[in-house]
Design a protein around this ligand. Structure first.
Ligand SMILES: NC(=O)c1ccc[n+]([C@@H]2O[C@H](COP(=O)([O-])OP(=O)(O)OC[C@H]3O[C@@H](n4cnc5c(N)ncnc54)[C@H](OP(=O)(O)O)[C@@H]3O)[C@@H](O)[C@H]2O)c1
Length: 278
């Protein structure tokens, strides 16, 4: 039996939205952590498989966050190959950050499981932190968000909740072979979410739904690469077609408490001044 108490954990995307929070929590528990990213002390690059084994080193567990997205071309092959390298290096406990309602994400999960690892899957809904640590930060700061999102409810999920669940799966027994559906506690449309952020900041922030083709043209005019435009258009149209307009019970199952509400996220983020800086 592996003793995970003092075992090294590799946290991929360890400077990103979820990985950073996971690394902080593991460090606070006095557990050894290695940040797996291109800027890590031992660099890890999804585009360069030669970096994978050195980054794994003698880690016994790894948090697997693929970049840019589990629905991106090449994700299935990369995650499957990484998991095989991990298992053959002795890193058997793998916790995958997956997506909800996406065939591509399911294929990534199967590739991970096919490695023979002790796997856990976190099927996550849209992160609240996309508004404060991702591509929606600048539109919110500018006071106007325009997206090709339909008026469909999405259970926005707090990255702090994902981190709490991931740390449990990385450090405790009993999570191998489990698929956890992680969502926030209620459905909001993008218009609802922007309105809650506006209320929390006390500033007017507009929301305009735009057709997908117009959104793609506007991004292309700003120089956004075609593959990024394709991915965002897919996420805002296909994945937001109503298939995910339901709540999951993963946070309650793992943590025994309800998920954090979007209003709490908006209040705390506004209080930290993130949305005020121009
Ligand atoms: N955002 C959402 O709402 C959402 C919802 C469900 C699932 N997901 C899944 O979550 C995963 C992460 O998405 P995210 O938006 O939250 O991103 P993120 O974790 O915030 O992404 C940034 C992280 O990725 C690292 N990174 C960037 N390029 C890399 C590369 N080539 N090789 C290795 N590391 C690299 C960055 O560090 P360096 O720059 O130092 O390399 C940083 O640590 C994706 O697989 C996505 O499908 C996201």
């Amino acid at each position: 039996m592996t003793d995970y108490t003092r075992a090294l954990t590799l946290v991929l995307g360890g400077t990103g939205k979820t990985g950073r929070r996971i690394a902080q929590r593991l460090t606070a528990q006095d557990r050894p952590v290695r940040i797996g990213s291109r800027s890590g002390g031992v660099p890890f690059d999804w585009e360069d498989p030669a970096t994978w084994a050195p980054a794994l080193g003698d880690a016994k567990a790894a948090y697997v966050s693929y970049y840019p997205d589990v629905a991106a071309p090449g994700a299935v092959e990369a995650i499957g190959s990484f998991a095989e390298v991990a298992v053959s290096s002795g890193t058997r406990r793998l916790v995958l950050l997956s997506g909800r309602g996406e065939d591509e994400a399911v294929a990534c999960e199967k590739a991970l499981a096919g490695s023979g690892a002790d796997w856990t899957v976190l099927r996550c809904s849209w992160f609240s932190q996309n508004f404060s640590e991702g591509y929606l930060l600048e539109p919110v700061r500018s006071g106007h968000v325009a997206l090709p999102a339909p008026a469909v409810g999405e259970p926005f999920l707090d990255a702090d909740d994902i981190a709490d669940v991931a740390v449990a799966a990385l450090t405790q027994d009993g999570h191998a072979g489990q698929i956890y559906e992680l969502t926030g506690p209620r459905l909001l449309t993008f218009a609802d979410a922007v309105a809650e952020i506006a209320a929390a900041t006390g500033r007017p922030i507009g929301y305009t739904p735009v057709p997908a083709a117009a959104y793609a043209r506007a991004m292309a005019a700003e120089g956004v690469p075609a593959d990024v435009i394709d991915l965002l258009t897919y996420l805002f149209t296909t994945v937001l077609d109503g298939r995910n307009a339901s709540l999951g019970d993963g946070i309650q199952r793992v943590l025994g408490r309800p998920p954090r509400d979007f209003a709490d996220y908006a209040r705390d983020t506004a209080g930290a001044g993130i949305w005020n800086q121009e």
